[in-house]
Design a protein around this ligand. Structure first.
Ligand SMILES: [Zn+2]
Length: 445
């Protein structure tokens, strides 16, 4: 059977599901187990690191008397290091040590995934260079991962793995049993009825802070999940900016919906109530998890946040699909939002609009539907006049500021709308790259 990575097409589905109270408990148990294993790895490795460091320094200080015996504290430390390293050496050791991890409701793959995630966190740290793995807090949103396995099957289908679809509305999950699902009904039905080989990869089980349950599945197949969209022979450049969400090179504009700003007042009020209830509970010495009114309000806040998230997501999904559907080539600037986010006044507005998410959507949708999406270096896209190529800020011309929404080119006297001009520059820059086979080859490689 083919591995997930060697399949031609990949597709992620996110399905709502509705667990019974018993299944709810199993999900919590697995989430707790996964967190426990992850945190044991963090904690034991961390104390090992410090102990080794301490012992090395002591050893160095004792150099003249190299064979000086360890005192009782140091001996215990050395023993602990050995014990910790032994426990972490093999993934199965942790399950052998702690009996509560051997309860039959706990998915062994959830534990394996916790260890894998810990190792992934380290490799990410080595690649990117900041943020070593830290303890996972107990949260009101839960999630854990498991995998669909095909131990003996010759070919993977949606209905013959350890996680499998019973029909378009029911999934059987390892440990959880059968759950009712909603979403992607047509796609699932078609694949089940026509016996299209489809492999299920990692499955993430998630509960949001406002008590909604989701199953995220990675699907892989050699048959495309969606039809490619017809070619339109149209190309477009988009300039992302704060006045409106985007300006396109054909002059059209999409306003910035500012969902967060609109809901801010309501959210601020709800959060004030929440922190007041937290103060009360604390004053009376009650446990927050048992403080009913606090928990009620926590749900209100979570629902408000979730509403904003869904509104924004929907807006981005619709817009990115329209762009990909109507154009063969979509070009945008590379984002430098890390620099932009340093500007505090802009940062709230920027994180509200979700540009990065939008560009990611464009990237995967263009692949899915057989279109092209590229990003280009944002250098001079704003400052250049697209008519004559004059660059503002050079040859004694005054550089354009953020407040100059419209300007007149001092060379050719063309009147420009700032963002529209930028969008045209973006598409022209991409066309230069695309028409030059040498640069194109370099870009693609
Ligand atoms: Zn000009």
């Amino acid at each position: 059977m083919k591995r997930m990575s060697s399949l031609a097409y990949h597709f992620g589905v996110k399905l709502c599901f509705y667990p019974s109270s018993k299944q709810n408990k199993i999900i919590k148990l697995n989430y707790d187990a996964q967190r426990f294993v992850y945190n044991s790895y963090v904690g034991r490795n961390r104390s090992n690191y410090h102990a080794k460091h301490y012992l090395a320094v002591r050893q160095y200080q004792a150099m003249p008397f190299a064979f000086s015996a360890l005192n009782s504290y140091e001996a215990r430390l050395a023993e602990e290091v050995v014990a910790n390293s032994e426990l972490l050496a093999k993934p199965k050791n942790i399950r052998d040590t702690y009996s509560f991890l051997r309860v039959k409701e706990i998915d062994s793959l959830a534990i394996a995934n916790a260890i894998q995630n810990y190792q992934k966190a380290w490799s990410n740290y080595r690649k990117i260079g900041h943020g070593i793995p830290t303890f996972h807090k107990k949260r009101s949103d839960w999630s854990y991962q498991t995998n669909c396995q095909y131990p003996k099957q010759k070919e993977a289908f949606l209905d013959n793995g350890t996680a499998r679809f019973i029909d378009a509305q029911h999934v059987k999950m390892p440990k959880l049993g059968i759950v009712r699902i909603a979403g992607f009904r047509r796609l699932i039905k078609e694949r089940l009825l026509n016996h299209i080989p489809t492999r299920i990869g990692t499955v993430t089980i998630k509960k949001t802070a406002d008590e909604q349950f989701y199953l995220s599945m990675q699907l892989g197949s050699d048959t495309a999940f969606v039809k490619e969209l017809p070619k339109t022979q149209s190309q477009i450049g988009i300039d992302l900016n704060l006045d409106n969400f985007l300006t396109a090179s054909n002059g059209s504009m999409v306003a910035n919906p500012r969902f967060y700003c609109k809901a801010k007042k309501k959210l601020a009020h709800a959060q004030r109530v929440l922190s007041r209830r937290q103060r009360w509970a604390k004053k009376e010495g009650r446990n927050l998890r048992l403080a009913k009114n606090y928990q009620k309000q926590r749900l209100v806040v979570a629902k408000l946040h979730d509403k904003i998230r869904r509104q924004r997501n929907d807006f981005l999904q619709v817009l990115s699909t329209v762009l990909i559907k109507n154009h063969d080539l979509v070009v945008a600037e590379e984002l430098r939002s890390r620099n932009l986010l340093k500007n505090h006044a802009l940062s709230q507005a920027i994180s509200d609009v979700g540009w990065r998410k939008f560009l990611n959507m464009l990237a995967y949708k263009s692949k899915l539907y057989g279109k092209e999406f590229i990003t280009i270096d944002p250098k001079y896209t704003t400052q250049r006049c697209h008519q004559c190529g004059t660059i503002m800020g050079h040859n004694g011309y005054r550089k354009l500021r953020l407040t100059d929404r419209e300007w007149v080119c001092p060379m050719c006297q063309t009147h420009h709308i700032r963002d529209w001009n930028a969008a045209i520059n973006i598409i022209e820059k991409a066309q230069v790259i695309w028409s030059n086979p040498i640069i194109k080859k370099k870009k693609v490689a």
